[in-house]
Design a protein around this ligand. Structure first.
Ligand SMILES: Cc1ncc(COP(=O)(O)O)c(C=O)c1O
Length: 394
């Protein structure tokens, strides 16, 4: 019988026990109970970060990060164009405006030269840079930090896809002034829905705590406009149980991804090129991103993806089919803003050629935490068989 590979998170037995504990305690919200605090402490220890603030989602965590570094009305934030919408929509939620940076075709992360070009042109109109570690592969943080320091701009890390990835021996999420994580089911660990903010900066932490809790500094006393972005005890209980096995999840994913990539490379050569990690980094491979040489294969990417899925690889998708700046939301963004932008049109509405190139060729493999090294051979076999069907010379 043909095997179907679908994405499923791993939920340990202890998660059921912890959730029962929460339900029996009667303290379900994040404002009372023990699990949110335990989850935050355990995550801070894992990251090597001084403070962690649990949130309702990765999107709300990004909103918190931007507001904590002072991003507000009329500011500009630079973000890569090859990412999930929340990296940029969180900028709009903060009253600011995202300007999109092109990516590097090897690493698929932000292009540092393009970042510097924009910082040089926009100077102090830029309040922050959000860097994304796409798929769990760290962006080149030493170069990015250097540019951000030279232009005195805040670095925010969007680590939604990168919990557990390392750069020069340190976990990503500990390099920027503040960082956001997501616990959506396809991430390193899941709480169903959930997110977190990490920082070493005490003032950022205290603003974040107020911001996620209605702007309250003490009971029923409000000092800023805030939201209800808290994580519930139930979500934290699931997250804590997963955090206890996080090393195992990361190692299994690494083993699977590395085996899959080496098998496909051995059999198909450079018809499939994998995302390249920068020197000194250890990706956590939430996704395996690859670019297909569609000219050599002779068929469009979407047709290949469709066949891969029909052959049982339901873990294959396209993340992402278009640069964010090309989507209607951001093309028409001027009409959304209650103010006139003072950014030149040639900066605001650029064609990002490298991102367009990547979006037309990228194929994404979601990496479930429960697959083994042996599964990697099977997935690679299906993959290679489908590609060879189109290109018999391979
Ligand atoms: C890069 C990136 N940023 C932000 C988010 C938003 O996280 P959430 O779905 O938890 O709101 C995601 C989630 O898919 C993501 O992949």
């Amino acid at each position: 019988m043909r095997r179907v590979f679908e994405y499923r998170p791993l939920i340990p037995e202890s998660a059921v026990e912890y959730v029962r504990d929460v339900l029996e305690s009667g303290c379900l919200a994040g404002t009372c109970g023990r699990f949110v605090k335990k989850f935050e402490d355990a995550l801070a220890r894992f990251l090597g970060s001084r403070y962690v603030i649990a949130c309702s989602s990765g999107t709300s965590a990004l909103h918190v990060c931007l507001r904590c570094v002072g991003v507000s009305y009329r500011d500009t934030v630079l973000v890569p164009a090859f990412t999930f919408v929340a990296t940029a929509s969180s900028v709009l939620h903060s009253g600011a405006f995202p300007i999109f940076v092109d990516i590097d075709v090897e690493s698929l992360n932000i292009d540092v030269n393009d970042l510097e070009y924009l910082l040089k042109r926009l100077r102090d109109r830029v309040k922050a840079v959000t860097v994304v570690h796409i798929g769990g592969v760290p962006a080149d943080l030493s170069q990015i930090l250097d540019v951000c320091e030279r232009y005195s701009v805040n670095l925010v890390e969007d680590c939604a896809q990168a919990l557990g990835a390392e750069y020069n021996g340190r976990k990503v999420g500990t390099f920027g002034r503040v960082s956001a994580f997501s616990f959506y089911p396809t991430k390193t660990i899941t709480t169903g829905e959930g997110g977190a903010v990490a920082t070493d900066d005490e003032s950022v932490c205290s603003i974040a705590r107020m911001f996620i809790n209605h702007g309250e500094d003490k009971r029923y006393h409000y000092v800023m406009l805030g939201y209800n972005y808290r994580m519930s005890e139930i979500n934290a209980a699931v997250g804590l149980a997963q955090l206890e096995s996080i090393e195992q999840y990361i190692n299994t994913r690494r083993e699977f991804a590395e085996k899959f990539m080496s098998e496909v490379s051995n059999m198909l050569g450079d018809v499939v090129r994998f995302q390249r990690a920068p020197p000194g980094s250890r990706p956590c491979w939430n996704l395996v991103q690859m670019l297909l040489d569609v000219d050599k294969i002779g068929v469009c990417r979407d047709r290949i993806v469709q066949e891969l899925r029909e052959e049982g690889l339901r873990i294959v998708t396209v993340a992402y089919p278009e640069p964010l700046n090309e989507s209607p939301l951001f093309r028409n963004v001027e009409h959304l803003l209650p103010y006139r932008l003072d950014v030149e049109k040639d900066v605001m509405f650029r064609r990002l050629e490298r991102c367009l190139y990547v979006c037309s060729r990228v194929v994404t493999l979601l990496v479930p935490p429960g697959l083994t090294r042996e599964d990697a051979y099977d997935v690679a076999d299906i993959f290679v068989r489908v590609i060879r069907r189109f290109c018999s010379s391979l």
